[in-house]
Design a protein around this ligand. Sequence first.
Ligand code: GAL
Length: 772
Amino acid sequence: MKHNWKFKKGEMNDAYRIDFDDSDFRIVSVPHDYAIEGPFSPDNDKQGEKVEADGIHDKITHVGRTGALPITDWAWYRKEFFVDKDAKNVFLEFDGIMCNSTIYVNETEVGGRIYGYSSFSVDITSACKFGENNLLAISVRPEGNASRWYPGAGVYRNVRLVQKGSEYFPYLPLFIRPAVKGDCAEVAFDINVATNEQEYMLDVAIYDQEGKLVASQKYTSTKAKFSGELELENYHLWEILNSYLYTFEAKLYIKGKEADIAITKFGIRTIDYGPDKGLYINNKYTKLNGVCMHHDLGALGAVVNISAINRQIEKLIDIGVNAIRFSHNPPSPEYLDACDRYGIVTIDEAFDEWKIQKVSNGYGKHFNQEGEKDIRTMVKRDRNHPSIIMWSIGNEILEQRLIYGWKYAKFLSDICHEEDPTRPTTAGFNNTEGAFTNGLAAEVDIVGANYKPHQYVRFHNTYPDAVLYGSETSSCLSSRGHYYLPKRYPSIAEPMEDLQMCSYDMEGPAWAYYPEREIYVQKKNDYLLGEFVWTGFDYLGEPTPYRLEWPSRSSYFGIYDLAGLKKDRAYSYMSAWTDKEFIHILPHWNWNEGDVVDIHCYTHAKEAELFVNGVSYGIKHKDENDELLSNRLIWKYIKFVPGEITVVAQDKTKMSATIKTAGEPAQIKITPERTEIKADGEDLIYFVLEILDKDGVLCPKANNRVDLTVDGGEYVAADAGDATSLRMFTEPYCEAFSGKLVAIAKSSAAGTLTLKATAPELGEATAKIQVK
Ligand code: GAL
């Protein structure tokens, strides 16, 4: 159900009718996010709220909170689809529709879902015409003041038509529960079967990653829920960054005839944890070097795209990330599949609100009616993913402050345990003390603390049974490659005139702190399970600290910018979380004569020496007893003179890095991130474009407009990670930000794909890749 959907925004009460005139609808493909088409405007979902989660206790007008994109338009999708004449039971499966959807088949209302992040299945059997074309119509009606970030809009995840016979496996039929027992693994499973108590035969098989059959068993039963167990000798463990996935396949036979098949991947891994011992995965002590991630994919908006997801994960792995917390809602199934494949552990989170709302049309309005259904669906849909190690029942839920808040926590935590007795529950508590004293913390198995590095020790001593980790950490703000002089080290970020943030990685909102603070505390305390930095990538919406100021429409929180380019901070985590040997120097070296600049350096090395135009400014050492200096080197008050700065480090090997003063922008350099993509019209190639001077030095302030054309494929979008840009991502040009930008393309035909970039003052550059 990907292509040939008809789409239109507008107030149309009867667009579900068969005779409705849809001749002015556009043809689109699904997944589809209509809000990302823009335009940006401060009036889009302008929120007049006090949002206590932001430390805002009075009503203010907040522009750009949800990305300044038109997320609140009512819209309709219409699609014809054919149902086989022999089908007996027919379903539509949706991985998520944003939001408040109503679904009609042949004018009959068959279902819908309020929560845009929930997957669901709709039984359309009684509304269907068999052996004929049918009309699916979907109304999507998001409200304003309903989100704290960009939610996207429309049928932004995948849809499947599922046609079954009289006996079949219903939606999400399988729960695989592998357990290590001595030298072998026992793979217990539950499977739901819809056969009206007729006798059936189940043929169950497990295949290893190479596709070899490693276990099988046949069973006969009449039960609607069947449970069994298979044993695996010589099993492979699913490990962090060393994934191993088995395939579980169940075939249903009625009177000897195959009636249905259910397949899922699973992995074998153990988790163990304790308040003093920390976390063990497969009996190995593990520190979670995690990031929080919202669901949008930058320039693509909220649509699901596997190659964009893979790219995010690969970039995170590059800096040592081994864990992702999906904040604050269940991700797409494709994101979890990718984490399973790469060997990244995850936290699947249900809600940002329970009953008490953070925004006036927030999910809390629906919690009583929908909450149980939504959290059950999350666990049922996702419990076969080996990557998931905890279910989070919520983020910074305001019930932390209520003495009966624990009742909600217990209710939700119990549901998770009921649907999955194998995994612990958690929540991200910002009012951690409130959660402890009001009993919420006792209702989850593992206590997530948001922004509390200086209180872990006290929590650990006061609540010795609590298993602790940093569910949200740092919230440092920066614009890639952007700095202000005189140097700025305010711990609380103040709005700047150009609506950017300084990239010295020192500032954030009131609750935030520089990365090293958490890194330091985590390293010192083995009982802490680790941290989840807010956030891995910049995301659309929440342009803190800019709330009243315009234009600003995406976050500054990311370790990577919205385009997926590394900010300086990426190297701080790289030095803390990997064994890589590198030197990264900041800021750039293009200042005015006489400016006084602080030079910071992230490196694996314990000490390094700075040279300016060959003159030494001394050796700096990391200081194990100082939070900030335990993971970065700082040379203060260096007078700028044009030329170059070099940092030399002598660790296992001697290495150096240099930044030069750049001249005028003179040329474009294009680097494709991959050499080859698939000719499936979905695989994406990301090209990184850099503006260089005539000698090939990056121009760190270049903001030239570059025109982009693609040959042998389709241009998709471009972005430079500038949170203040109001250009739509799909425009065939883009202004560089801090000397760089990223262009995205794809192709449905094999051959050579060429990106051409031109700017009158820079000339032309091209890059080619293969499409296969
Ligand atoms: C947290 C919240 C996140 C995000 C973050 C920004 O309090 O849970 O969703 O708003 O602050 O620092």
